[in-house]
Structure formats: structure tokens, C-alpha cells
Design a protein around this ligand. Structure first.
Ligand SMILES: CC(C)(COP(=O)(O)OP(=O)(O)OC[C@H]1O[C@@H](n2cnc3c(N)ncnc32)[C@H](O)[C@@H]1OP(=O)(O)O)[C@@H](O)C(=O)NCCC(=O)NCCS
Length: 286
């Protein structure tokens, strides 16, 4: 299996999906029982939809890329909460097949990589209503380095300030999510650099992480998405345990790092199901 097959980017626009309660339950029933409470614990339907689609994307992607039947896929979470595939077949040709999901606003997305770690973050931003942009972003100033903060606040335009703020935010989230770190990590020492948001790189405590690549894209109105691709040796101890290979020779690692990224493919919820659900009738397609 070629490494390229492991590079996937899928997104679902959940604002276009308005299932009846019965249909929602029938879609949820395709997931293992242990995933259900993490969906139904939400009160608001929008949050339930995000949680359901996030999980469905994970099972559907594993099914499509690795060919594992839905009901044989085992997805667990690290102590920090990052989902991972528990490999059944140790001979899989994609050494570190891993994925990460994110959801905010209208979108739920997943990205996967065959060699490098992948982190994904979606940000849905809006102009604050109860305070000025300056007051709003000031609440989060401790997350940014002084260089980033200068770049965020240099514009006279509040919208430009907010946009820069969320771009850095999105990149930082994708980076920490790739490593598997959950809440509470210090982030002012994680400093992003860019030229007009291209050639993005990161320094941690002033040292450049050369073995990483970043992408930052617009995903519909007021939505940003960032993807981080990086070295498995940087993962948390618990996430490293889920990977097959964390040490690479320079040439071998470059193969994974330099794989072409791909565009996001828009999927419908129905595209993710293992069977077709038509007007309440099920027909098996696998
Ligand atoms: C999970 C976390 C890493 C991101 O949460 P978030 O941005 O609110 O949510 P996202 O929608 O981007 O991602 C949630 C998904 O990430 C995945 N996830 C959960 N824990 C994770 C972790 N430790 N690492 C990577 N991915 C994780 C899950 O799939 C989760 O969705 P699901 O539970 O519905 O399956 C959270 O711990 C967090 O908010 N950390 C804060 C980091 C911070 O300080 N950021 C400031 C940036 S300047």
C-alpha cells in the first residue's frame, strides 16, 4: 500500500445535516456502544452532532484506508484523550497510520498521516459582542510569545487583529494536538513564524523544530483550519506507545514529511456509513 493513501483530509458540513432523533440514533448505532455516552452526554443537538460525526469520521476513515470492517475497528483514547487506532494487523504497510479530528462552527474534520504525527484544528471565529476585539484577545495574551503578540496587535483594524489572533491560535492547537498533549500545556514558548502565513515553522523555547510542516487554510466563511505534520518522537509518552515506529533515519523520515498534502474532501454523513440507509431501509454494501 502506498504511503500516499495514508494522507487523507475529510470534512463534513454539519449545518447541512438535520437528522430526526430516530435517524440520529440509527446513525449512532453504527458505532460501538462505548462511544455512545460521549455523544449523548451533550444537551445541545449541535454538540451531539459534532461528537457523533467526529467519531463516525474516525471509523469511516480507518475502514476506507485500511480496509478493516467497521465492527472490527478498535479506537481507544490516551490518558490525555487523543483517539488512536488499536492495530489488529501488525503488518500494516503504513507504519504510523494516525489521525486527528477537530470540530467548531459548521465543520467537523479529520486528517490522517501514514508516518508523521498529525494534528488538526478548526476555528470558527466571530466578532466579540460584549467587549471590544482588543479586550477579548487581551484575555488570552499569555498564550502567545511577545513576537506573536506584536504581530497580532500591529494592525489598526480590529478584524485584522482578530484574524491574526485566531491564525496563531489555530496553529498552536494543531501543534499540541499532534503531540497528543491535552489541556494545560504552556504555549507562550511555542512560537510560530510565517511569511504571509506561508513557510510556517515553529520554535519551542527558541529552538526550531525542523522536522515539522504546517498548513493554514480558510474553510468557508469565518472558519480556519490548520494541519500540523511532525515527528513521532515529539509525541507524549502515552501517544508514542500507540505508534509502531518513533525513530527514523533522516531519509526514511523525509519520505513521510514530504508527502504531498491533499485538499479537504467534503463528505456527507451518509458517505461515512458502512451501509446505505435509504428511507429507513438498510442495504449492506460491505
Ligand atoms: C482536546 C484539546 C487538545 C483541543 O480541544 P478543542 O480545540 O476544544 O477541540 P477540537 O475540536 O479541536 O478537538 C477535539 C477533538 O480532538 C481529539 N482530542 C481529544 N483529546 C486530544 C488530545 N489530547 N490531543 C489531540 N487530540 C485530542 C478528539 O478527537 C476530540 O474530538 P472528540 O472528542 O469529539 O472525538 C483540548 O485539550 C484543549 O483545548 N487544549 C487546550 C490547548 C490550549 O491551551 N490552546 C490554546 C491555543 S493558543
Amino acid at each position: 500500500m502506498e504511503l500516499e493513501k495514508g494522507v487523507q483530509r475529510w470534512v463534513v458540513d454539519i449545518s447541512k445535516w438535520n437528522p430526526s432523533p430516530d435517524y440520529f440514533s440509527s446513525v449512532m448505532s453504527f458505532l460501538p456502544q462505548h462511544e455512545h455516552s460521549s455523544i449523548t452526554m451533550f444537551v445541545k443537538m449541535e454538540d451531539r452532532k459534532r461528537a457523533l460525526v467526529s467519531r463516525l469520521l474516525q471509523y469511516a476513515l480507518v475502514h476506507q484506508v485500511l480496509g478493516i470492517p467497521f465492527d472490527e475497528i478498535i479506537i481507544r483514547r490516551t490518558d490525555e484523550g487523543k483517539p488512536y487506532l488499536e492495530y489488529v494487523n501488525k503488518t500494516c504497510a503504513l507504519p504510523n497510520f494516525n489521525f486527528n479530528t477537530s470540530h467548531d462552527g459548521n465543520f467537523v474534520a479529520i486528517a490522517s498521516e501514514p508516518v508523521c504525527l498529525v494534528g488538526l484544528d478548526i476555528v470558527n471565529y466571530s466578532i466579540p459582542v460584549k467587549e471590544s476585539v482588543e479586550e477579548f484577545i487581551q484575555n488570552f495574551s499569555s498564550y502567545f510569545s511577545s513576537l506573536e503578540w506584536t504581530d497580532i496587535t500591529k494592525s489598526d483594524s480590529p478584524y485584522d487583529k482578530l484574524n491574526r489572533f485566531y491564525r496563531y491560535w489555530c496553529l498552536k492547537e494543531a501543534f499540541v494536538k499532534a503531540t497528543g498533549v491535552g489541556m494545560g500545556k504552556r504555549l507562550d514558548n511555542v512560537e510560530f513564524h510565517h511569511s504571509c502565513w506561508n513557510d510556517i515553522f515553529v520554535t519551542v523555547d527558541g529552538k526550531e523544530f525542523k522536522n515539522w510542516r504546517f498548513w493554514l487554510l480558510e474553510l468557508g466563511e469565518n472558519h480556519l483550519v490548520s494541519i500540523a505534520r511532525g515527528h513521532p518522537a515529539t509525541a507524549t509518552t502515552s501517544y508514542k506507545r500507540t505508534l509502531k515506529q518513533t525513530e527514523f533515519g533522516e531519509k526514511e523520515y523525509r519520505l513521510g514529511l514530504n508527502l504531498p498534502s491533499v485538499d479537504f474532501i467534503f463528505r456527507m454523513v451518509e458517505d461515512l456509513l458502512p451501509v446505505s440507509v435509504l428511507a429507513g431501509h438498510y442495504s449492506t454494501d460491505i
